[in-house]
Structures are given as C-alpha cells and as structure tokens.
Design a protein around this ligand. Sequence first.
Ligand SMILES: *Cc1c(COP(=O)(O)O)cnc(C)c1O
Length: 403
Amino acid sequence: MDNSLVSDNHGGIVAAAGMREPSGTGRFGDYGGQFVPESLVPACVELDREFRQAWADPRFRQQLERLLAVYAGRPTAMTPAWRLSAELGITLLLKREDLAHTGSHKINNVLGQALLARRMGKTRLIAETGAGQHGVATATAAALLGMSATVFMGERDIERQALNVFRMGMLGAEVVPVGSGSRTLKDACNEAMRHWVGAVDEAHYCIGSVMGPHPYPWMVREFQRVIGDEARAQCAAELTAGTPDYVVACVGGGSNAAGTFAGFVDTPARLIGVEAEGGAAMTFGANGVLHGYRSKFLQDEHGQVREAHSISAGLDYPGVGPEHAHLADLGRARYVTVSDEEVLDAVNRLCRAEGIFCALESAHALAWVLRAAGSAELPTGSTVMLTLSGRGDKDMPALMEAS
Ligand SMILES: *Cc1c(COP(=O)(O)O)cnc(C)c1O
C-alpha cells in the first residue's frame, strides 16, 4: 500500500493517499496478512491471482456492472435528508444502499465473489452468517448463477433469526448449524473455514466483510467501492463544494464503510466510522490474530476473544477489518461509538422525518450525526454524506420487543 502522505485543504499533512493495494501478503501497515493453515495457502494464493486477473479484465468488470445495474438496482439513490438537515443545521445526504436488492450493500460483494467463483470453475459457495443477511445475499447470488450454497450459522443465531433461515431455504441454500463455542458468528467463521479446507476444489468461500486472510479484505473493499464511487459522483452533482465535509458509515466488519471511504479517501472529507458500543473493536479492541488476519479484536484479560453484543446482530462481530485499523493509525479515519439507546432514537427520527425505515446497523451512523451536529465535532453548516447500509424490515421483531 502507498502510505505517502498528502496534504489536505487545511494545509496540514493529515491524509494518506491510501486505500490502494495492500503490500506483500495483504499488509495494511501492521494489520492484515494471511494467517491460515498450510493446507489453505494454495487456495488463498490462487484467489489472489484470479481476483487480480479478473479485476484487470474489462469483460469481467462489464459483467459485474451489468448485474449490479439490471439485477441489484444500481446506482442506488442519493437522497437529501431535507427535514433532518433543517432540524440539525447541516446538509445531510443519504446514500441509499437500503434500496439495493436483498436490502443492503451485501449484494455488491456477493455478486462480485460469485462471478469470480464461477470464472474459477467453482460450483458451490460457502458462507458464514450471523444475522443471516450475508447468508441470504449469498443464497441469492448462488440461485442467480446456478450454483449451490452452504451457509454456516451458529445454533443460537439460527434460533434468533428464524426468518432469514427460512429465506435461505427458499432460495435453495443449505444452512448448517454450528454447535461449538458460543454457537454464534465467530464459531460459524471457524467452521466455514474448516469446511473450505476439505472442499477447495469445487467450492469458493464467500466472506461477507473486509476480514479474513488476504486477499479478502482488499477484494471485498474493491467490490464495495462502487458505493463510494457512485456517492462521489452524486455528491459532485448535489453539493456546491463538490465533496462533503464529512463521510459517515457504520462499522461491523467494516465493508460498507471501506467501500464508502474508498471513494473519498483522496478528498479533504473527514472519514468517520461508527461502531456499536458493545462491539467496538476499533475503540476497545487490542491487536490480535483471528480468522486468518491481524487486526483489532475485543479480548478479555487473558487475550481470549470476547463476544460482541449490540442491538443490531449485524454489528456483533468481535473484530474489524485490518484496513480500518491502519486508517486509524494513519489518522485518516476516526472511529466513534454510539449506544443502543441512541440507535433506537435514530431509527425513529429517520422514520418520522424522512419516511425511511433503515436497518439498526445503519442507524449507528445516523446516531453519531444526531449527537454531534452543532458541536465542535460536526459544526453547523457542515455537509455530510452518510451511507445508509440497509433497510429495517429484518429488525421489526427486535423493535417490537424494544418498544
Ligand atoms: C452486515 C451489515 C452491516 C455490517 O457489515 P459491514 O461489513 O461493517 O458493512 C451493516 N449494515 C447492514 C444493513 C448489514 O446487513
């Protein structure tokens, strides 16, 4: 990765001309890498080579662009939040990933990986899922491309997310319950990776965020940068200055944020990632290695990875993508946390003010804007581009319980 520093419009040396290719075997500064069992090294090396070739191949790009347009519904809209802007004294623009097929940004990455897998001659997709959103997106892409899908899911998550388990079944995917450990996402990741070792020849492991061994964090960011690239062009049309003062996105593993930031990293915009208080690996995590990469993870006093807890299942992952840890080290992006209470309030305010029912995950980004607007952190008159990562239908049961 090119870490050369560039100066921003304020005259200070603050920004890295970053978010290019990672160096070596996927290093983003001190983070990333490829910490996998020897039996998986050839598969990671093959994937790196195949992704590089595909990404440089105009025909692959055209295939993916066409699917994103005629199937996934891209470009997604950029909606000015008229009434909230007036209430808050800022200009707030919403990048509407909630309008993409299957209801979130996850489809961007999954269509990219499924097309790549087919190009590599694979016939099956393996995935892990926590809340079920990535499982549903993977099952969808598999159905579209005539592949089979095996989705690993913790037993506890299967109980909590019955609707998405049923949806995956409808789409023809096999859901495999994982009964080890805490029986949640972390254990499903372990199991999916173990299963991949025995099935590398026919199966591609479709990871759902900017995590895992190289090339995944880089590849997933590249598949998600369509969010940032579209948003950059849409901001140029919507804003007098052409680029926003702030770019805000929620961070679970960090894929919608990474894709968004990629479109603005070379502008003066301040990049803000918003984590759930109970799953804030960037804020409360320590350096460690898990699931094939080095990054920040929530850990107990013995260095054991702790479970994350928040109101939104999609942010309940104890780690964060390595590039985010690097962007924070460089001072190029800032990471903040919000509480479950603030998130519920943000969902309600967006519903009432704009008629948009967003996902609990996405509401984290908005919750920070609601708190910070008018303070020195986010002064009155600022322009803000916020990625609304998904829609809230899936959260109806949780909201009914909380109300
Ligand atoms: C999965 C999910 C997230 C969290 O994943 P990232 O990789 O951090 O983007 C955020 N929002 C929605 C709607 C999701 O489904």
